[in-house]
Design a protein around this ligand. Structure first.
Ligand code: DOR
Ligand code: ZN
Length: 345
């Protein structure tokens, strides 16, 4: 007998859709399963103003196949020149649901990010006042700090001080990769949430480095040691409403990944629901899957949960294409390295 599980339609609280040909190729992969997604603004050039976010939203909706429904939840890329009034207007009109903080140089297309946090104080205070979420890429960029410690140091040096001086600021610590980050969220009030990706629930740093370098497992923040992966699975499956799914699905073409200086990002949009269902099933936590994928995120963002339902079915291993085709080149679909038994019906 097939085992089935019905959930409210899920959302993705951290997604890279890119633009142009890549957008056309990856958008249906997300829209097939997800009702909404928080859209990352790290285009080249970045989405900095409300007008740019509105134009990007239009390009996303124009790229959406006619038979699909999907709502892009837009964000602005925080720079040292961001105007608090522009942010407030974009939030008031319903256009944006968050502002994204990239420490300058932390990851793909983050050169326009923040160096001096005093310069963004006015924006953050405005955001705290209006209840607009700050999404944070939580890594320091100090070259002295080991890449495996950058998230931990960010919490101590940047995130905790920033939250202390901006009471009421709602923050999502994105794509957390350490037990310390999960503990920090658990020990905070409900103004702090965290997204967790499917791939960080599955890989540790050995997957990237043992037996030959695997560029398709390289992303930022980089996967940490196994004890951290286990802690992330514990947080995701705990039922704590401050943890929710944000895939960070980040398409790069194969030549850009399989290179002497390969790009960071795992492309999971195609098989995320199978990946997370497999992980939750393995933990005996399928009863927590709907919270993680469909309820906790909207609750944090103070949005209604989706009314539509999806059904997951467990059966013979599901196969996914090794890559999707885009006008810019092939994009490899994340391979968990074990069979997936859950499919979206
Ligand atoms: O692995 C990543 N890829 N991490 C990020 O923070 C950015 C993303 C991208 O845009 O490719
Ligand atoms: Zn991202």
């Amino acid at each position: 007998m097939t085992q089935t599980l019905t959930l409210r339609r899920p959302d993705d609280w951290h997604l890279h859709l890119r633009d142009g040909e890549m957008l056309k190729a990856v958008l249906p992969e997300t829209a097939r399963h997800f009702a909404r997604a928080i859209i990352m603004p790290n285009l080249v050039p970045p989405v900095v103003t409300g007008a740019q976010a509105a134009a990007y939203r239009d390009r996303i909706l124009a790229a959406l196949p006619e038979d699909m429904r999907f709502e892009p939840l837009m964000t602005l890329y925080l720079t040292e020149d961001t105007d608090p009034a522009d942010v407030a207007a974009a939030a008031a009109s319903g256009l944006i649901k968050a502002v994204k903080l990239y420490p300058a140089g932390a990851t793909t297309n983050s050169a326009s990010g923040v160096r001096d946090f005093d310069k963004v104080r006015g924006v953050l205070e405005k955001m705290a006042e209006i209840g607009l979420t700050l999404c944070v890429h939580g890594e320091v960029t100090d070259p002295e700090v080991d890449i495996f410690d950058r998230e931990t140091v960010f919490i101590d040096r940047v995130l905790d001080p920033l939250r202390r001086v901006t009471p009421g600021l709602r923050v999502v610590m994105e794509h957390i990769t350490t037990s310390g980050a999960a503990d920090y969220v658990r020990g905070s009030d409900t103004d702090l949430g965290a997204t967790i990706t499917a791939h960080h629930l599955i890989i540790n740093r050995n997957h990237i480095l043992v037996g030959g370098i695997k560029p398709h497992y390289y992303c930022l923040p980089v996967a940490k040691r196994e004890s951290h992966r286990v802690a992330l699975v514990g947080a995701a499956t705990s039922g704590d409403a401050r943890f929710f799914l944000g895939t960070d699905s980040a398409p790069h073409t194969d030549p850009n990944k399989e290179s002497a200086c390969g790009c960071a990002g795992c492309f999971t949009a195609t098989n995320t629901m199978s990946l997370v269902a497999e992980v939750f099933d393995h933990e005996g936590a399928l009863d927590k899957l709907e919270g993680f994928c469909s309820l906790n995120g909207p609750a944090f963002y103070r949005l209604p949960a989706n009314e539509e339902r999806i059904t997951l079915e467990k059966g013979a291993p599901v196969s996914y294409p090794a890559h999707i085709v885009s006008g810019e080149g092939p994009v490899t679909v994340f391979d968990p390295g074990f069979p997936l038994h859950w499919r979206v019906a």
